[in-house]
Design a protein around this ligand. Sequence first.
Ligand code: GDP
Length: 365
Amino acid sequence: MKKKKPEWAPENSGKEFATQVLPGISNAKSTGKNPTVNSMSKLTTKDFVKGILKDDRSILARAITIVESNTSEHISQAQEILKELLPKTGKSIRIGITGSPGVGKSTFIESFGNFLCEKGHKVAVLAIDPSSKRSKGSILGDKTRMEKLSRQKNAFIRPSPSGGTLGGVTRKTREIILLCEAAGFDVILVETIGVGQSEITVRSMADFFMLLLLPGAGDELQGIKKGIVEMADMLVINKADGNNRQKAEITQHAYSDALHYLQPATDGWTTGTFLCSAINDEGIDSIWKNILDFIKLTKDTKLFYTRRNEQLLEWVYTMVEENLMNSFYQNPKVVKSKSGIDNKVLSGEITPVNAVNILLEKLLK
Ligand code: GDP
């Protein structure tokens, strides 16, 4: 990457005035060099911390951009900011929301979010969508989907980080949750579309997990097969309006019956089924009441805190595993000998266990 001094640089300026292509925040690897000083670097960690604690939205947004960045410089500044903010985090209710595309998640979040803002809550809406290849990799990118909510001063909507791997997206989303909490958001909604591991990921960062379903959609108990119903603390049959109302009630009964045979997602809690019409703002009130009951119960039994602690440590070790995997697959000695060893396994010359030992030895020595 060639550095070029721009014409407008002050006479005795250093290389901070060089222009170069920035790695950007999406899927970029650090160049190892200090990229051109841009507006980001004008804020110190202290500025960020102060701004976020005051809920300065432009500083919050800039901090999120730093958290989302993959450059090593930004990664270390993000950690500094987060470390300072940690004592101010953790005070929100973290709600995960999932459901197939078209079930009405955005419409529901719009309605639910507005309801909460009107009650005086501060609501942050985040998303996990590692699969998206759309620009900015975003399921919330289409602003028009939550137009009313985005105009609420107590709401903050942030599209899914385009982090490539689920691991990358997970770290960023978890860190964004912390930033939003430090800025005073007391309800965090994390939306995901049901792709691969993303539901498990959202469950692993939420206090309460909600599954949206359609009235009588084909095989009514679809979610059960996929194991998602077992993860949910609440099932919401959305679009329970007009001609669909009766169908929605039948669906509700079918799920209520099925739930009797399943382990609850949270010990001591009975997963409820609710009817909702997100488009008409119906059913939202009882959904929120049920969530509050859940929070009270789990705080009384301390399960709320135990789960948070478990989630925190799980996060640490998931990252350890990911880092180990990366160092394994990127290790030059492993890379060099891998295909030879693969061939020996395939030809029966060595056993899979022999291969593991040889490869790990290359990593560890
Ligand atoms: P998402 O893909 O899960 O985010 O779904 P959307 O929120 O984009 O909604 C998909 C479609 O369903 C849109 O055309 C919505 O207007 C419609 N929709 C959402 N909620 C309701 C509802 O409660 N009742 C009805 N009748 N339609 C709804």
